[in-house]
Design a protein around this ligand. Structure first.
Ligand SMILES: [Zn+2]
Length: 202
């Protein structure tokens, strides 16, 4: 899931900031943008068949799995996202990484929603695999997720509204479901108009 850039702010309250510092700010920003674009180039984009496939249960909790989780966590950070599913890097296994709060990144393997609030809310969502698209999606406001960590230990997450939204988005990826499937017809049409020319050009 993509980070909401609307909330991105710069803190420049020192009007006597030196030019040199501004140069460094600009360079750091350009470098972060280059890293973001490179990370996105390694994430499957809309039109890629892997995004429509159902992922399989993970059976082996080995070094390969842990390396995959590390790679996905780095990609999520560099792409400035808040969640990334294995299907988005072309790996059809049931796991995703997410970072929905200040507690740092988490990985969950073979995730299952064990409790779900009946109450739902609609909010705007983006996706690292659907660049330039933001659509309203209705989600349960609270879910409890159970699964394994990359070492095979049981984990359970009781998530707040934002965390619940992130994990429901990532869980959908493991079943080949995208935000355009979950939004209303009007937003779906707009999103497809945004995505189609790009899918053809690739
Ligand atoms: Zn996504």
């Amino acid at each position: 899931m993509a980070h909401d850039h609307d909330h991105h702010e710069h803190d420049h309250d020192d009007e006597h900031e030196h030019e040199h510092e501004l140069d460094e700010d600009a360079r750091a920003e350009a470098e972060a943008e280059a890293r973001r674009r490179f990370a996105l180039s390694q994430i499957r984009q809309y039109g890629d068949p892997a995004l429509r496939l159902k992922a399989n249960e993970v059976e082996e909790f080995d070094d390969d799995l842990r390396r995959l989780v590390e790679r996905m966590t780095t990609l999520m950070h560099e792409a400035q996202g808040v969640g990334l599913a294995a299907t988005q890097v072309g790996i059809l296994r049931r796991l995703f990484v997410f970072e929905a709060d200040e507690d740092g990144p988490k990985a969950i393997v073979n995730p299952v929603v064990v409790e779900r609030a009946e109450e739902t809310a609609s909010d705007s969502e983006g996706c690292l695999s659907l660049q330039g698209v933001k659509v309203p999606v209705e989600r349960s406001v609270r879910v409890v997720l159970e699964g394994k960590d990359p070492d095979g230990n049981d984990v359970r997450y009781e998530l707040d509204e934002y965390g619940s939204r992130v994990v429901q988005h990532e869980l959908d990826h493991l079943d080949g479901v995208l935000i355009i499937d979950r939004t209303d017809d009007e937003h779906r049409r707009e999103a497809l108009a945004e995505l189609r020319p790009r899918a053809v050009l690739r």
